[in-house]
Design a protein around this ligand. Structure first.
Ligand code: UDP
Ligand code: MG
Length: 310
């Protein structure tokens, strides 16, 4: 059956040899009544297993399977960008390869788009089958970032979403190298709707996220979408600077009035450490932002393609 309109599905893959075939089979099965022609864009993010072979095998069977393979692992954000740049079609969806993003939602997403929404996201109502400590920190991250950033980020929202061509073009018009997609999709605006679903486990393979990876990802999110840490640093620095002037005056006056009876060594050390620490803290925050500027100014490509069929 041929349809006039095309839905491109972007699938970032890192070591997903066991899941890609299952993914295509299940997604095809769940979308038979969708009045759209499906085209898959698999982005092999420098996998070290047989992912690329598995994808090529699929693309030999179906002409609607496109792929792009990176020269090394550039990260999921880079894979998403490559997919968005390569994808054609009127509607574009982003999905994980492990079937944690239920393909049956694609139909509902398309219905929402028909109703006039531009972006339809998927939102997990629970985080079961995820380590509790990870859920806890994830919750805290969303609380923090929504307090300190003007770009709203909804808790539980996955990268899984369907959007119109217009939205994709808007996201692609943002040329920054440091990409935090959750923030970018929210920043561009447009009419957004969310579909809730229960979390589910991967069909096969293992997650490539580790705790520190997620901590780093959170810091990226904060630094890319908020200037609050910079302001806090400036504020603390300013207050302590003023405070120390008064403290110095106080000691001078005290010394004139009643002399300096105690050598004052402990006080000195304490103050030294206090300011030393504070300065390092502020420098660290500043450094984080400067590092971003440094990366942006190099204008390096976000990814390098080694092989592709698109
Ligand atoms: N992924 C990727 N590059 C990476 C890490 C992950 O393209 O460096 C892909 C991975 O293959 C999967 C998706 O991103 O399709 C989500 O990864 P995963 O399932 O490991 O994360 P989780 O679902 O546990 O958050
Ligand atoms: Mg997953």
């Amino acid at each position: 059956m041929t349809h006039n309109q095309q839905l491109s599905i972007i699938v970032p893959c890192y070591n997903e040899e066991e899941t890609v075939a299952l993914f295509v089979a299940e997604t095809d099965r769940q979308t038979v009544d969708l009045p759209l022609e499906l085209v898959y864009y698999f982005i092999d993010d420098g996998s070290s297993d047989g992912t690329l072979e598995a994808i090529k095998e699929l693309s030999r069977q179906h002409p609607r399977i496109k792929y792009l393979s990176f020269s090394r692992n550039f990260g999921k954000e880079a894979a998403l960008l490559a997919g968005l740049q390569a994808a054609k079609g009127d509607f574009i969806a982003v999905m994980d390869a492990d079937l944690q993003d239920p393909p049956e939602l694609l139909k509902q997403m398309y219905d929402e788009i028909q109703k006039g929404y531009d972006i339809v996201g998927a939102r997990r109502t629970n985080r079961k089958s995820e380590p509790p400590i990870r859920s806890f920190f994830a919750k805290q991250f969303y609380k923090l970032i929504n307090q300190i950033s003007e770009t709203e980020m909804v808790d539980g929202v996955r990268d899984f979403r369907m959007m119109t061509r217009q939205v994709v073009d808007a996201v692609l018009s943002l040329e920054e190298v440091n990409r935090f997609s959750k923030g970018l999709f929210s920043w561009v605006g447009f009419k957004t709707s969310y579909i809730s679903y229960e979390n589910r486990e991967r069909v096969a393979g293992t997650t490539s996220w580790h705790f520190w990876g997620l901590v780093k990802y959170s810091i990226e999110g904060i630094v890319n979408f908020s200037e609050t840490p910079l302001n806090i640093a400036t504020f603390i620095g300013f207050i302590t600077f003023i405070g120390s002037i008064f403290l110095g005056l106080f000691y001078v006056i005290k010394a004139f009035a009643i002399g300096d009876p105690v050598p004052g060594f402990p006080t000195l050390i304490t103050i030294l450490l206090f300011f030393g620490g504070l300065q390092l803290f502020c420098l660290g925050i500043l450094g984080k932002y400067i590092a971003k500027i440094f990366l942006e100014s190099k204008r390096r490509p976000v990814y390098i393609v080694r092989e592709k069929n698109v």
